[in-house]
Every structure is written in C-alpha cells, then in structure tokens.
Design a protein. Structure first.
Lengths: 328, 327
C-alpha cells in the first residue's frame, strides 16, 4: 500500500460562542479528535448533517483553519506555519472547491483571467506558457477558449463549477478538498461534474477529500467513506459496503432516510428529535438522545472508534460489544 | 373519482418570454401527485400561476378549474376563499414565511380567524390542536414562542400546521424538505403522509429529488422547459421511464447500493426560455433525436392506462431501454 498523502491525527477545533447579547461565552467543539488518513490517488468521502464538523475538518486539513490540538501531515511533513514561503509552496499542492461557484468567482473578470491567477501568484511559467496552460485547463474541463472569454454571469451553474475546477487544477495540485461541489447543481449537471471529477482524478492521479451531505454522490466518487456526527467520526469504511451494511445506528438512520426511486418508505428508521446543537453536546455518545438502541452506558461513556472487522471502524458501544462477543 | 383540480393549457410568460408552455394536469380527491424537474422547468410557476400568486406583469392564460369552477382570473374575494381555504401551499424556506416579531400563536390564530368560523378560546384551542397534530412537543407553552426559538424542521412543522388551519382539500408542498438535513427530511415527509392519510387531503409534492417524489406520491409528472414530458404512476415511471429526459434523470442518479457504474449524464444544459429550440425542447440534448423532432413540439399522448408521454420517439426510446435491459 502506498504511504498516505494526508495524515490527520486527533485534530480538534472549538469556537467561542456567546449565548444572547450578554450571555457567557461557551466553547463549541466543531471538530473533536478526528483522525484520518488518505492514501495517494484515493478519495475519502466525508458525510454528515449540518453542524457535524465536516467542512471545518476540510478547512483544517487544508491549513485554512489552525487546529486547537492534533496535527496534519502532508506528504509526510507537518503543515508549515501560515504565511511563510514554505506554506505557500505547500498550498500550491493542495486546492479547494466550494459549493457556490458564483461566490468563488469574481463577476467582473473574464473566467480565463481567473484560471490564470494562481499561475501568476505562484509565478509558474512564462506569460506565453501560462496562456497555453489556461487553454489546456479549459479543454481538460470540457470547455472551449470561447467560454474563457466570458464573465461568470454568462455561464451556467455547471460551467461555472468547471471553471472553479480548472482554476483549482492550475497549479497541478496533488490534493483537492471538495466541499459540497455539486450540491447546488441540478441532477443532470451534477452527473456531468461527478463524471468529470472522476476522469480528472484518474488522469492526474489526484487525491480527494470529498465533503457532502449527499450519500449517493459520496458513494459514487469515494474509495473510503467517513460518517461524522457532532464533530466526531462515528463510522468509517470502504465506500462499497458502508452504505450497504451500515453498523452505527446513525449511519443506519442516514441510509434509511435517503429516499430511493422504486422503494416505498416501509420500514424506514425515522429518528425522533432535532439535529443536535454543537453548543449543547450530550454527554457520553453524542448520538444517544436520538438513538433507538441506546443503553445506560451510552449516556455516560464516549465510545471510541474501534475496528469491527474488514476495514470498518465504528464508534458505538453496542456494535463494539457485538464484535467482542463474536471474537470470544 | 371526481376531479378536484383540472388544469388545461396553462401558459405563463414574463415580459413576452414564455416560461410555462401549455400544461395540462388533473388531480383527483385525496391523490398525491409528484412534480419533478430541474430548476427553471416550471414546476413552481405552474401552481403560483394557477393560484394567482404571480406578480402582475406575468401573463397567465389557460384554464384552472377547482371542482368544475374556473379560478383563473377569478375575483380577489373568491381567490381569498380558495387560497388557504381549499388549496394551501408550503414553501422551501419556511423561516422567511413567518413573521419574526410575532408569536406562533398570533400567526396561527390569524390563519384560523381568516378561514374558520371560530371565536375566542375556540381559536386558541384549535391552534394548540394543530401544533399537537404536527408533532410540536409541549404545544400549549410553545404557542407563545417566536419563530427564532424553533429549529428548521420545527418551523416547517409550524408551516404545515398553518397550511392545515383552513382544512384545505389540497396541499401544495413546494420543495418542503430541500433546506433540511436528511434525518429531518425523513421526519417531515412522514408527517406529511400521516396528515394526508388522516385528513384525506390531496397533495402536490414539488421536488427536484426523484427519490422523495417516488416514495411519497401515487403519480408523477416530469417537467422540462415549461411542459410536462411524461406522466405515470410512480412505480412505473421509475421502473420503466419512456421519455428520454425521464430516462436521463433516472440514469444520472448515483445508486446507493449494488455495483458502481459511470453515471449517464445528459449532455448540454437546459435551453434558455428566450431562445427555445424549434420543435421538442429536449431534442438538442437527446441521444435519440431524429429529424422530425425539430419540426413540431410533441404533445402529451397516452401510451397506456394512466400513462402519457410527449415524445415522437417514445417507441424507439422504449425499445432502446428494453434492448439495454436484455443484454
């Protein structure tokens, strides 16, 4: 197995939030002890509901957000301090794509100029080479030089997301963090962009961290999928069988809540209660107030992520208990 | 079964640009109809137009009948009785539909006073019953709360309670769960189906999510560029779509189990309403398009019991699908 390109060990990030105008400030643990490794050329999918900390994890991995604790290593080396020359060189190797392509593009510049910008910033190639590279990038995302001359407002949502992708690829990065890159797109356009991303990944041997709330899209593109709940990973395993055989009660509910054509909602697990508030984290397993199978131990003891066979890891007292019974 | 609502030849144009180009749709009492399509296909405009909720500069033509009575272009007084009383609507962004400075009780009681013959304590008791019905815990106390004190899923429950205030015969839910997380979406969809069953209410569920529509509706209409291109019972549509666009939409959806395959993306983009192609609007993106497709727009024609499709290549398309399945 190739050594991991990205190693995240026990990173945490909390924010201070004040309740009310004069309220005391409380710490909100957005990410709490998350460890991940992503092997070269692989895609790690990160799923979870809003407030689960998946975007914050993505930002920490890229160094856009310093972790309060833990460490991120890229190509075996720790992340350089933000603002230094080493950091800039490292940042050219890793790029990010966001959900809203219109927000990520400058409406007053032709898109070709914007694709060129990273080349100018990192001083890559002569001006003539940069022009060639822009044309090459437009071709790579299946657009023409004519599209490059347009302004973002004159392109469709799918085309804009292709421009954002071309710009992210300009510096020939090894690693891309995609935060909900297709969530704002219609189904038919979403399929185009997902296929394009998979093709580019194969051609350029890119490593991806793919963040989304959409289980279908995540499964389509990922090799390994991690499910987050309230800042922690509750289950991680191979994309092929994680959603087919979910072990954690939360993953089971998430899979069951994902509607499928041709299947009626009989036997669906509908969780009671609201999505959790990161500022008022339940004790023990954060999922226990909504868990249909919770036992007394769940309220007091935080379950650790433990291997349950294959390459699956689950953070649940019930599942871990079952695994040890099987072994005995 | 008598028809509750029948829409015929409904067209809407904004400043001379047609966005809805002749929609025919009928709905029986108690039926759940799904309306799917991508952004700009006209699924929301159909109902906003039918209920007279579009801005004044929109040109609306055609016919919308509620139990045989024409409501398109009806007087304001008559529309006021229909909207909320006979047909209620809920939207994607529930938070912006509530007034942030009034309590839930004030807003619910306002809807009740408008549509129901209730006074004094009767109104408050009914408001409380409605909140109970939609599953807001501790309804009596929560009536005095303001919208910001509720979560997104609870706000959508309150919107459903307000929509039910007038005892409507038809609820139009326009992307009711799009802004919500998956587990909360499942709660709201379950609530909608329970309420519908208990009250015998018809529902139109507008969504871009094929899965949501398939699971919650008896019948589905697929819209593309301001027209209905296929209409079928939902189990049949998803098992055996006939229109190439419906096939494309289903093929573009990544599977959640079984082997992973490359997605069959529909090439190109939705046409600009101001520059609609001649003939079938889908022809430029269609893999089966033939010469006659560019000549005239196909009309919705029945192909089986309760199924209709607007495609002159329907036979070819069906054969192509069966050919693939036979391999």
């Amino acid at each position: 197995m190739s050594p991991p390109l990205v190693e995240v060990s026990a990173v945490s990030r909390s924010y201070a939030m004040r309740s009310g105008m004069f309220g005391r400030s409380t710490a909100v643990h957005a990410v709490d002890g998350v460890s991940l490794t992503i092997a070269k050329g692989e895609t790690l999918g990160l799923v979870g509901e809003s407030g689960s900390g998946k975007s914050t994890t993505g930002r920490i991995v890229l160094g856009l957000e310093p972790p309060d604790g833990g460490e991120v290593r890229f190509q075996g080396k720790p992340m350089a301090a933000p603002g230094t020359a080493a950091w800039r060189a490292q940042r050219a190797r890793m790029q990010m794509i966001f959900q809203d392509p219109l927000g990520a593009l400058d409406r007053r510049l032709p898109v070709a100029t914007q694709i060129r910008e990273p080349l100018d910033i990192h001083g890559l190639g002569t001006p003539a080479e940069r022009e060639d590279r822009v044309r090459e990038l437009l071709r790579a995302v299946e657009l023409t030089p004519a599209h490059g001359a347009r302004y973002p407002g004159a392109l469709s949502g799918g085309q804009r997301q292709r421009i954002v992708l071309a710009r992210a690829l300009a510096t020939k990065p090894n690693f891309l963090v995609c935060d909900e890159p297709v969530s704002a797109l219609d189904v038919s356009i979403q399929a185009q962009v997902v296929n394009l991303l998979a093709d580019l990944q194969a051609q350029l041997s890119l490593t991806l961290l793919f963040i989304s709330h959409d289980l279908r899209v995540v499964r389509q593109i990922s090799t390994v999928v991690a499910v987050m709940y309230l800042g922690r990973i509750v289950e991680i395993g191979s994309a092929d069988d994680l959603f087919a055989r979910p072990e954690h009660p939360y993953t089971q509910a998430l899979v069951s809540a994902s509607p499928a054509p041709g299947r009626r909602s009989a036997g669906r697990i509908v969780l009671s209660g609201d999505p959790p508030n990161p500022a008022a984290r339940p004790s023990g397993c954060a999922f226990h107030p909504r868990c249909p199978r919770a036992i007394a131990r769940c309220a007091s003891e935080v379950p650790a992520l433990a291997a349950v066979g294959g390459n699956r890891q689950v953070a649940c007292h019930l599942v871990a208990g079952a695994a040890t019974r099987d072994a005995a | 079964m008598p028809q509750l609502v029948s829409i015929a030849g409904l067209s809407v144009a904004f400043g001379g640009v047609p966005v809805l180009r002749g929609v025919d749709l009928a709905l029986e009492k108690g039926e759940a109809l799904g309306l799917v399509g991508e952004s700009g296909s006209g699924k929301s405009v159909t109902w906003l137009g039918a209920l007279g909720l579009l801005p004044r500069h929109a040109q609306v033509s055609g016919s919308v009948r509620l139990e045989g009575r024409e409501i398109l272009g009806a007087s304001a007084a008559e529309l006021d009785r229909v909207r909320g009383g006979r047909i209620a609507m809920i939207f994607q962004d529930p938070a912006s539909a509530l007034n942030p400075v009034l309590t839930i009780r004030k807003q619910l009681c306002e809807a009740l006073a408008l549509h129901r013959d209730l006074q004094g304590n009767g109104v408050k008791a009914e408001a409380r019953r409605l909140l109970d019905l939609v599953g807001i815990p501790d309804a009596g106390r929560r009536l005095e709360a303001y919208p910001h004190e509720f979560s997104g899923g609870q706000i959508q429950r309150i919107m459903i309670a307000m929509a039910l205030a007038g005892n409507p015969d038809l609820l139009i839910a326009d992307e009711p769960t799009t802004a919500l997380d998956a587990t909360i979406q499942a709660q709201i969809l379950e609530l909608l189906s329970t309420v519908r069953r208990e009250l015998g209410m018809a529902m139109v569920l507008i969504s871009h999510d094929l899965g949501v529509v398939a699971e919650n509706c008896d019948r589905v209409a697929v819209m593309y560029a301001g027209r209905i291109v296929e209409q079928a019972p939902s189990n049949q549509l998803f098992a055996d779509p006939v229109h190439p666009y419906a096939q494309g939409l289903i093929g573009a959806l990544p599977p959640l189990d079984g082997p992973r395959r490359r997605l069959t993306a529909i090439p190109g983009t939705v046409p600009d309403p101001a520059h609609m192609p001649d003939g079938c609007a889908f022809a430029p993106r269609c893999t089966l398009a033939a010469e006659p497709c560019g000549l005239a727009a196909p009309s919705l024609a029945p192909i089986a019991d309760d199924r209709s499709v607007a495609c002159i290549r329907a036979e070819a398309s069906r054969r192509a699908l069966l050919g693939v399945a036979a391999e």
